[in-house]
Write a protein that binds this ligand. Structure first.
Ligand code: GLN
Length: 379
C-alpha cells in the first residue's frame, strides 16, 4: 500500500535512536534525558496507597481537583500568580501531550508559529501536522533569543510564539528583559505564547526561573506547559500539565478529552499530596547543580570544551579539539567505540548545522558520571 506520509521528513527521534544504540553497545547512556536514580520512596508509597484504596478509575477529564489545587498553590508560591483551579489547569500525559493538544487546538492550517533555532525536536512536526508553518528564528551564539529577529519574523499569519526556558538542548535561560521584549512584541496583537517550562525547577547558580506567569500582560495570552516527570525524576510516569486562560483552556480541553481523555488517577492523588511540601521541588535545583559541577570537574582534564549550562539537566560540550567528524557520526562512534552515548545537536537545527557540539545528560549517579568522564578524558 502507498501511504502519503503526513511527516515525510520525520524518522524515529534522536533520543530513541541513541538510547537504543547505547543499549546495543553497552555504552553509558548520557544521551536521552532521563535520570538513572529512582523516584522518592514517599512518592511511590503514595501512588501505591491510592491504588490500594480504590482510586483506579477515570479521573475527571481536566485532572483530579486535589492535584489542580496543589498546582495552583505551587504556581502562586513560585511565580506570584494563582491560576483558577477549575478553568485554567489541565493535567496531561507528559508535557508533550500538553504541547500537542495546545498546538492542535489553537493553531490552524495556513498559520505560522515562531519557534527558535535550535529547538526541541517535537515542536516543528506538531505544528506541521496542523498544516501550519514553523518559522524558525536563530538564537544568538550564546543561545539567547534575538528579539529583533523575532519581531521581524512576525507576519499577519503569526498565531503563536513558542519559547522554551530553561532551553533544551542548550541549558540557556531567559531573563526579565526577555519577558519584557516578548510583552512588547505581542502588545496589541492576538499572538499567543506557548511557554515550555518543563525544566522550571532546574536552574543553577542562584538564577531565578523567569516564568511567563511573572508577567501580568503575558499571562493573558500564554499556555504554560510543565512536567512532573522532570521535576520528580519520573519521566516514565508521563505526568505533565498545562495552565492557560479559560478561553484557551476551553479549546485545549476539547482536544485533550479526545486525545488522552484523563491521566493516571492514583498518581494524580499521590502528586497532590507530595506537592504539599514545597521542599520536594525546591531541592531539585541544588541536587542537579551538584551533578553538573561534578560532571564538569570530572571532564576538566578532557579535550571537550563545556558551553555554560544555566539550567536543565543537559551540558553541551564542544568536541572540535578531538575530531573533525560530523556530530552524528561522532556521537555514533563515541557510543560504539568509546562506550558513552550523547546527543548530536545538529538535529535541533532546521538546516542540520554542525557546530561539533554534543549534549550530555548529567541526571545520573556520580558513579555513572565518573565512569563516563574517565572514558571521555582518555580521548
Ligand atoms: N526530553 C527528552 C530529552 O530531551 C527526550 C524525551 C524523548 O525521548 N522523547 O532527552
Amino acid at each position: 500500500m502507498q501511504i502519503s506520509s503526513k511527516l515525510p521528513n520525520v524518522g524515529i527521534t534522536i533520543f530513541t535512536k541513541m538510547s537504543k544504540m547505547a543499549l546495543e553497545y553497552g555504552a553509558i547512556n548520557l544521551s536521552q534525558g532521563f535520570p538513572d536514580f529512582d523516584v522518592a520512596p514517599d512518592l511511590i508509597d503514595r501512588v501505591h496507597h491510592y491504588m490500594k484504596s480504590g482510586m483506579n478509575q477515570y479521573a475527571p477529564m481536566p485532572g483530579v481537583p486535589a492535584l489542580r489545587e496543589a498546582i495552583a498553590n505551587k504556581t502562586e508560591q513560585c511565580y506570584g500568580y494563582k491560576p483558577n483551579v477549575d478553568t485554567e489547569i489541565t493535567v496531561t500525559c507528559g508535557a508533550i501531550e500538553a504541547i500537542h493538544s495546545s498546538i492542535s487546538a489553537l493553531v490552524s492550517a495556513g498559520e505560522e508559529v515562531i519557534i527558535m533555532d535550535p529547538a526541541y525536536d517535537a515542536y516543528q512536526p506538531i505544528i506541521e501536522l496542523q498544516g501550519a508553518k514553523a518559522v524558525r528564528v536563530p538564537l544568538t551564539s550564546a543561545y539567547a533569543i534575538n528579539w529583533q529577529s523575532v519581531a521581524e519574523a512576525v507576519t499577519p499569519q503569526t498565531k503563536m510564539i513558542l519559547i522554551n526556558s530553561p532551553h533544551n538542548p542548550s541549558g540557556a535561560i531567559i531573563s526579565e528583559e526577555d519577558l519584557a521584549a516578548l510583552e512588547e512584541i505581542t502588545a496589541g496583537t492576538e499572538i499567543l505564547v506557548l511557554s515550555d517550562e518543563v525544566y522550571e525547577h532546574i536552574v543553577f547558580d542562584g538564577e531565578m526561573h523567569q516564568s511567563v506567569f511573572k508577567s501580568e500582560k503575558l499571562r493573558k495570552r500564554c499556555v504554560v506547559t510543565a512536567s512532573f516527570g522532570k521535576t520528580f525524576h519520573a519521566t516514565g510516569w508521563r505526568m505533565g500539565y498545562l495552565i492557560a486562560p479559560e478561553v484557551l483552556t476551553t479549546e485545549i480541553r476539547k482536544v485533550h478529552q479526545f486525545n488522552t481523555f484523563t491521566i493516571h488517577t492514583p498518581t494524580q492523588y499521590a502528586l497532590a499530596d507530595y506537592l504539599q511540601n514545597p521542599a520536594t521541588y525546591e531541592a531539585v535545583a541544588k541536587m542537579y547543580q551538584q551533578k553538573r559541577d561534578y560532571f564538569l570537574k570530572a571532564m576538566k582534564p578532557s579535550k571537550f570544551k563545556p558551553i555554560p549550562s544555566n539550567g536543565t539537566y543537559f551540558q553541551l560540550m564542544d568536541y572540535s579539539a578531538i575530531s573533525d567528524k560530523g556530530d552524528i557520526e561522532f556521537a555514533e562512534w563515541l557510543t560504539k567505540e568509546v562506550g558513552v552515548a550523547a546527543i548530536p545537536t545538529s538535529v535541533f537545527y532546521a538546516d542540520g548545522r554542525d557546530n561539533k557540539v554534543l549534549r550530555f545528560c548529567f541526571a545520573k549517579h556520580e558513579d555513572t558520571l565518573k565512569a563516563a568522564a574517565e572514558k571521555l578524558c582518555a580521548l
